[in-house]
Design a protein around this ligand. Structure first.
Ligand SMILES: Cc1ncc(COP(=O)(O)O)c(C=O)c1O
Length: 453
C-alpha cells in the first residue's frame, strides 16, 4: 500500500513581520547601509528544500531562490557536506598564487559544458557576477587592443564601475555616480513583447542589428574600435525576456564581420535554470567569453569568467583576486554541478536538476498561460525552464507596475516569496529542486492573490 505524502503548504503563524522579525528589521534599518532595499518584511532563519522559515516560525514557499541563486535550495545536504569537508581541509590559500585541486576540477568541469570540437577554453574565478563581468571586459579590451564595448538597454551586469556602466536597466543605479567608464554604448534588447525601433515582434531582432551596423557603426562608433558586445542571452532583471531565435546567431555573424568579441552574461539565466546548462545553448551560437555566478555554488560566493584559449592571452599578474576561486565555494560548486548534471540524484527531480527545471518550468508556463485567459492584466508569459517572466499590463496594454507590485505583495502575504523584474514584470526563479507538486501549491497562491486584486 502506498501512502500519499501530504502536500506541504505555507504556514503563517504570525502576521508579517512577526515580533522577532520586526525587532531585527528595526535594528537592520538603524545600522545597515541605506542602499539596501527591503521589499518584504521577511527575516530568514532556516531553509528546507524549496521552503524558507523566518525567525518567528513562518514557513514560505520560495519562488525566488535569493535572486536566482539557490539552485539546490538553501542547505542541500550534498552541498553542505562538500562545504564542511573542504572547510575542514583549508578555507583559503589564494588561487592567484597557488593552484588548488578542487578549483582545477571545477574549471575542467565547466569548460566541458562549453567546449565545441576543436576548441579549448580557460577559466578565471572571481567572487561575484560583477567581478566576472569586469574580468570579461578587461580581457576583451586587453586581447583586442580596442576600447569600445556595446551593451543592451534593460540589461543588468552589476554595480561596480565597469559593470554599472554596462548595466542599462534603471537610471537610479547611475544617477549621482558619474563619470562612468568611457566608450560604452547601449543598443535596444530585442524584446518581442515591446519591440523597439518601430519594429514588430518578428522584425525586432533584425531592426536592432541594423541599428548597430547601419546607424551606430556608420555615425558614432568605429566598428574596428569595438572590443566586445556583451549581452544576456535571456535578459534577466530587465524583464525575463527571450530574444527571437535567430537573433544571437545573427549577432555572432555581425561580430565576426568586424572582429568583435561576443560576451554572454549567464550570471542569472545560466547554471541549469533555463533547462540547459547555459541559456545560450537554446540557440545555435557560440560566444567567445562567458560569465557565470549566482547559482553556480548554490549560494556560496564564486563566479567564473570563461574564455576561449585563443582569447585568453593576458599574462601572469595582469588580473587576479585574493578570494576568487575560494576552495570552499569551489567545493560547493562541484556539489551543485553533481546535482545539476545528475551525478547525484535529488529525489523527485528526475534524472537531474536541469531536466527538472525543464519539466516543472513547462508545467508552470502552461499554467500561467491559462491564468492569462482568466486575468486580462497578464499581458505576456515567457521564458525557458525555471526562468519565467509574467508581464502585467493596463487596459491599453501598457506597463502596469502598480498592479504588479500589488500582486507581488498579495502573494507574499499568502506565503509565497517572489520578486519583480523589468518595468512591470514578475519573475519566477525558484530553486531548481522545486517539484511539480510544490509548483502547483505556488500556483494556487498566485491564483488566490490575483483574484484578490
Ligand atoms: C546577468 C547579471 N549579470 C551580472 C550580475 C551581477 O552579479 P552580482 O550581483 O553577483 O555582482 C547580475 C546580478 O543580478 C545579473 O543578473
Amino acid at each position: 500500500m502506498t501512502i500519499a505524502t501530504p502536500v506541504r503548504r505555507p504556514v503563517l503563524k504570525t502576521p508579517l513581520p512577526g515580533p522577532k522579525a520586526a525587532e531585527i528589521l528595526a535594528r537592520d534599518k538603524t545600522h545597515l547601509s541605506t542602499s539596501y532595499m527591503r521589499p518584504f518584511a521577511f527575516v530568514p532563519d532556516h531553509g528546507e528544500g524549496a521552503w524558507l522559515t523566518d525567525v518567528d516560525g513562518n514557513t514560505m514557499l520560495d519562488f525566488m531562490a535569493g535572486i536566482a541563486v539557490s539552485t539546490t535550495g538553501y542547505n542541500h545536504p550534498h552541498v553542505t557536506k562538500a562545504i564542511a569537508e573542504q572547510a575542514g581541509k583549508f578555507m583559503h590559500v589564494c588561487l592567484t598564487d597557488f593552484p588548488q585541486a578542487v578549483t582545477t576540477d571545477l574549471a575542467e568541469r565547466l569548460v566541458r559544458h562549453v567546449e565545441r570540437p576543436g576548441e579549448k577554453w580557460r577559466v578565471f574565478f572571481g567572487n561575484s557576477g560583477a567581478e566576472a563581468v569586469e574580468a570579461a571586459v578587461k580581457l576583451a579590451r586587453h586581447h583586442t587592443g580596442r576600447s569600445h564595448i556595446i551593451s543592451t538597454l534593460g540589461s543588468f551586469h552589476g554595480r561596480t564601475y565597469g559593470a554599472l556602466t554596462l548595466t542599462g536597466s534603471k537610471t537610479k543605479y547611475r544617477r549621482g555616480f558619474g563619470p562612468l567608464m568611457p566608450n560604452v554604448s547601449h543598443i535596444p534588447y530585442p524584446n518581442p513583447f515591446r519591440p523597439a525601433l518601430g519594429a514588430t515582434p518578428e522584425t525586432v531582432g533584425d531592426a536592432v542589428l541594423s541599428y548597430l551596423e547601419d546607424t551606430l557603426f556608420k555615425t558614432v562608433i568605429p566598428a574596428d574600435e569595438v572590443a566586445a558586445i556583451i549581452i544576456e542571452p535571456l535578459q534577466g532583471e530587465g524583464g525575463y525576456i527571450v530574444p527571437p531565435a535567430d537573433f544571437l546567431p545573427k549577432l555572432r555573424a555581425l561580430a565576426d564581420r568586424h572582429g568583435i568579441l561576443l560576451i554572454f552574461d549567464e550570471v542569472q539565466a545560466g547554471m541549469g535554470r533555463s533547462g540547459k546548462f547555459l541559456s545560450y545553448q537554446h540557440f545555435d551560437v557560440q560566444p567567445d567569453i562567458i560569465t557565470m555566478a549566482k547559482g553556480l555554488a548554490s549560494g556560496m560566493p564564486i563566479s567564473a569568467m570563461l574564455a576561449k584559449e585563443s582569447v585568453m592571452t593576458w599574462t601572469p599578474g595582469t588580473h587576479g583576486s585574493t578570494f576568487g576561486g575560494n576552495p570552499v565555494a569551489a567545493a560547493a560548486a562541484m556539489a551543485t554541478l553533481d546535482l545539476l548534471d545528475g551525478t547525484v540524484k535529488h529525489p523527485g527531480c528526475g534524472e537531474n536538476l536541469m531536466e527538472n527545471a525543464r519539466v516543472v518550468g513547462d508545467f508552470l508556463m502552461d499554467e500561467f498561460w491559462k491564468l492569462r485567459a482568466e486575468f486580462p492584466f497578464i499581458g505576456d508569459v515567457r521564458g525557458k525552464g525555471l526562468f519565467i517572466g509574467v508581464e502585467f499590463v493596463d487596459a491599453a496594454g501598457g506597463p502596469n507596475p502598480k498592479l504588479r507590485d500589488a500582486a507581488s505583495q498579495a502573494m507574499f502575504e499568502r506565503g509565497l516569496l517572489n520578486l519583480d523584474c523589468g518595468e512591470s514584470a514578475w519573475r519566477l526563479s525558484p530553486p531548481l529542486i522545486l517539484t511539480k507538486d510544490e509548483a502547483a501549491v505556488g500556483l494556487d497562491i498566485v491564483r488566490d492573490a490575483l483574484r484578490s486584486l
